[in-house]
Design a protein around this ligand. Structure first.
Ligand SMILES: [Zn+2]
Length: 540
């Protein structure tokens, strides 16, 4: 990618680093839906996954490259360790994309060299150059990361970076993997690289960081001030531990304070020159899509996308009343695509209007899925007076979890009350068409349903989270249930919405169960080798 000092590239890693959040694993359809929305958001680069990990990971990157990697779409990138096997798998996975990138990395800190790699410094320089050159023989666009850059000897870091650029790297990424740096330190690290690496002008400087001290976004902004021009971030800041730097916070900081961050404008507050290519109006929608599909709720006070971030907007109709809005607001809610929960569709809306609205919301459904979703919409319209975009999102984000389902819910019935033992009867249909019926008692209706489903499915698991929230306002609101199950140390989440929360709980439980069943069937990319265990995936 051409280097432009007036442009900060947004590299989204929601589908790679974000998906490494415990319980956030996504299936292929969900990954493609998110990638399509990221393209609408106009991020510059999508890191779609780590293709070498397993067949499922490879297929997801390949499909995204095919469907989202059009000539006017984003660059599609895959992650690869500095080995030929990883790099080749990555090149094959991103091959269908018009613009494609291989992102490879090696550790540069002495502690990693000694204990993990068992290599000398000259050996690491040699491997970095050799693997970058190999990647460059397969694609035009190669990113190289210095793992644990923050703890590396700066002189050695400069040497590795120089060798990587000489070998063909076009982006150099500096990660703060453990989330330890402070803004001043991180800025100084970037400034040092910009000053001391002789051929740095031939590459874009990128940053990656985790939010363990809540400083990831602050560190990145300081890096921008010191010459970084690519930011690796995720929607809603999801990611391992405390998460990654959050895309929406970075983009909006660079948008609201564009004069401050633009190197050419001399801090002229009247300037309107944007620093990123992101369409901010797509931010709210993207945030909800990622939250719905990963089952990772956004905290209400989260900057930019939290439910309370624009709470004073609840009276958006009284627009004219509040004449001094700018006194309190630094961002107009419409800038990130929030409007009042406007009536989206009504009971009489037809299939084509339904489909068109879903496409605007970022969900392109296949015919059969569309039929199912439309049936659910009609059913909801009978029960609920006003159907908003949020209701539609709740219906279809659940739909996206359905393909390849091992179990589907046929019936759920509960009896409960003050003098009754809560009892649930459920019927499941398996993938091969068999019907299973069972009943159980529980401490409450939801517990009874979960007990009954668990007995039928016969997969040992532990329920570690159950949460309910309402999607919209009013007594007839849809309740949204998120359930997380743990099986052999791995979390699987399920999510569903219904005006009846017992039904939503049953659906969410089944979605989690289906993911659990799929997850335990992960195939290796190479028949002779097991898929990489989650714990051994690259930590960048
Ligand atoms: Zn990371």
């Amino acid at each position: 990618m051409a280097k432009d000092p007036g442009r900060v590239l947004i590299f989204d890693t929601t589908l790679r680093d974000g998906e490494q959040s415990p319980g956030a694993s996504l299936n292929l359809e969900e990954k493609v839906a998110i990638a399509q929305q990221l393209a609408r958001l106009r991020v510059d680069i999508i890191e779609a996954g780590f293709p070498f990990a397993s067949t499922g990971d490879f297929n997801a990157v390949h499909r995204i490259a095919e469907t989202v990697g059009t000539s006017d779409g984003p660059v599609i990138c895959g992650l690869a360790r500095a080995t030929r096997g990883d790099i080749k798998a990555c090149a094959d996975a991103v091959a269908p994309a018009a613009r494609r990138r291989i992102h490879t990395f090696i550790a540069t800190s002495d502690i990693h060299l000694e204990h993990k790699l068992r290599k000398s410094r000259p050996e690491v320089v040699e491997i970095a150059a050799e693997m970058v050159a190999y990647a460059r023989s397969l694609v035009e666009d190669v990113e190289f990361s210095c793992e644990d850059a923050g703890r590396s000897d700066p002189e050695f870091l400069y040497e590795v970076i120089e060798a990587a650029i000489a070998a063909g790297a076009t982006t150099i990424n500096i990660p703060d993997t453990v989330g330890y740096a402070t803004p001043a330190e991180f800025g100084a690290l970037i400034a040092g690289i910009d000053r001391h690496v002789p051929n740095i002008a031939q590459a874009v400087i990128s940053v990656h960081g985790h939010n363990d001290l809540g400083l990831a976004v602050a560190n990145f902004l300081e890096a921008v001030k010191n010459g970084a021009r690519q930011l690796e971030c995720t929607i809603n800041g999801i990611g391992e531990r405390a998460g990654n730097a959050s895309l929406e916070e970075l983009v909006m900081a660079l948008h609201v304070r564009r004069a401050y961050f633009n190197p050419f404008l001399g801090h002229d507050p009247a300037s309107t020159e944007p620093l990123t290519g992101v369409r901010t109006e797509e931010i709210a929608k993207t945030s909800r899509l990622v939250s719905n599909l990963t089952g990772m709720a956004v905290q209400p006070n989260k900057a930019i996308v939290g439910a309370n971030a624009f709470a004073h907007e609840s009276g958006i109709h009284q627009d004219g009343v509040l004449k001094n809005r700018l006194t309190y607001e630094i961002i107009d809610a419409r800038t990130i695509g929030l409007s009042s929960t406007r009536l989206s569709l009504g009971k009489l809306s037809g299939r084509s209007a339904f489909r068109a609205r879903l496409e605007e919301l970022g969900y392109g459904l296949e015919r059969e899925d569309l039929d199912d979703a439309f049936a659910r919409f009609k059913e909801l319209a009978d029960r609920k007076r006003e159907i908003t975009d949020r209701d539609l999102e709740a219906i279809v984000s659940e739909q996206a979890q359905q393909p390849d389902a091992q179990y589907t819910l046929k019936l759920v019935q509960v009896s409960t009350g003050t003098n009754l033992q809560p009892t649930a009867t459920v019927t499941l249909v398996t993938a091969d068409g068999a019907e299973l019926t069972g009943a159980a008692i529980g401490t409450g209706p939801v517990d009874a349903v979960c007990q009954a489903l668990n007995a039928l499915a016969r997969v040992p698991n532990e329920l570690v989270e159950f949460s309910v929230k309402s999607v919209t306002e009013g007594i007839d609101a849809m309740g949204e249930v998120t359930i997380r199950l743990r099986h052999q140390g791995v979390l699987y989440s399920g999510h569903a919405a219904d005006t009846d929360i017992v039904v939503a709980a049953a659906q969410a439980f089944i979605h989690a169960l289906n993911r659990l069943v799929q997850g335990t069937e992960r195939l290796p990319l190479h028949p002779q080798r097991a898929p990489l265990p989650v714990a051994e995936r690259p930590r960048l």
